[in-house]
Design a protein around this ligand. Structure first.
Ligand SMILES: [Zn+2]
Length: 300
């Protein structure tokens, strides 16, 4: 998706839904985060940074943008409208606000959203030099009902994955800025926001890979992998052996969580003993793609 941003664009990304707003004006000055929000953000960020080696996609520049400016300058070909492009990016946490208004218009954050990343590039062209200043916002809901109701061992993983998701919206566009194709467009006055992945084409898979690594570290949590069920006569129903039945001797209860992009119908997921094995079953939403569910077994 592209946005011409001669006068500025306002760009919203959300979890789990994406929305786009392309306004001719900038956001009202948002409120600073509360102390609790700042502390929660820092806690999640510290956890993320302690797991850098697990990142399927690094977040170096986007994390840097939280405390410092990330800058790029590149020259354009002689034939283009501008001679040079400079980009400066910062990301600031703002107060979680489901009523966030832009230019007196409600943004309309989905009720199930837990976080937002907002790209906000302001573009000025002067003397054939294009200056882009993107003072981006990030906001986290530190007290979502979903996470309060979630298993206390799974919830921290999910909170961390939510922040990973949001910061990816920053990092993926920064990655694109290093590529010739993106720079060529920028030189021609097209500030392509597409790589920020508002449409969530890349992000859920990266987040799932990250959650899987986190689950592997957390010993009580099982990541149930479901292979695609692509046979012609398949209904998407699957059965996956996850352990020997003896495993359930000391763990009698289980709770499951289908993260965003899990590709498993949450209501269909079930665990039982079959042929001396612990078997997970359920139904894939898209039977041609793999699925992932996190399961926590409660000790007796
Ligand atoms: Zn998102």
């Amino acid at each position: 998706m592209k946005a011409n941003t001669f006068v500025g664009a306002f760009f919203i990304l959300s979890l789990p839904l994406a929305g786009w707003l392309d306004f001719q004006t900038f956001a009202d000055e948002p409120k600073p985060p509360t102390l609790a929000e700042r502390q929660n953000f820092q806690t999640q960020l510290d956890k993320l940074q302690s797991h850098v080696v697990l990142f399927p996609q690094n977040l170096d520049e986007a994390i840097k943008s939280l405390t410092d400016s990330v800058t790029f300058t590149f020259d354009c070909p002689e034939t283009t409208k501008v001679r040079q492009v400079s980009v400066r990016i910062t990301t600031r946490q703002i107060k979680w606000d489901t009523e966030l208004r832009v230019n007196n218009e409600k943004v309309g954050i989905p009720p199930n959203a837990a976080a937002y990343y907002i790209w906000q590039p302001k573009i000025i062209i002067k003397n054939r030099e294009k200056h882009v200043v993107a003072n981006n916002f990030i906001m986290l809901d530190s007290d979502t009902t979903t996470q309060r109701e979630m298993n206390p061992l799974i919830a921290p993983l999910v909170s961390e994955a939510v922040l990973y998701h949001e910061i990816l919206h920053g990092q993926l566009l920064i990655n694109a800025m290093l590529e010739k194709a993106w720079r060529d467009k920028a030189c021609n006055c097209d500030f392509d926001l597409g790589p920020a992945d508002a449409s969530h084409e890349q992000i859920p898979e990266l987040v799932l890979a990250y959650l899987e690594s986190l689950a592997a570290l957390a010993k009580q949590i099982y990541a149930v992998h479901v292979p695609p069920q692509a046979e012609n006569d398949s209904t998407g129903y699957f059965e996956v052996v996850i352990a020997a039945a003896s495993m359930l001797a000391t763990r009698t209860k289980w709770e499951s969580y289908c993260p965003e992009g899990s590709n498993v119908e949450p209501a269909s997921f079930h665990i039982r003993i079959k042929d001396e094995k612990v078997v997970a079953s359920g139904k894939l939403i898209d039977k041609t793609k793999k699925g992932l569910v996190l399961v926590y077994f409660t000790p007796q």
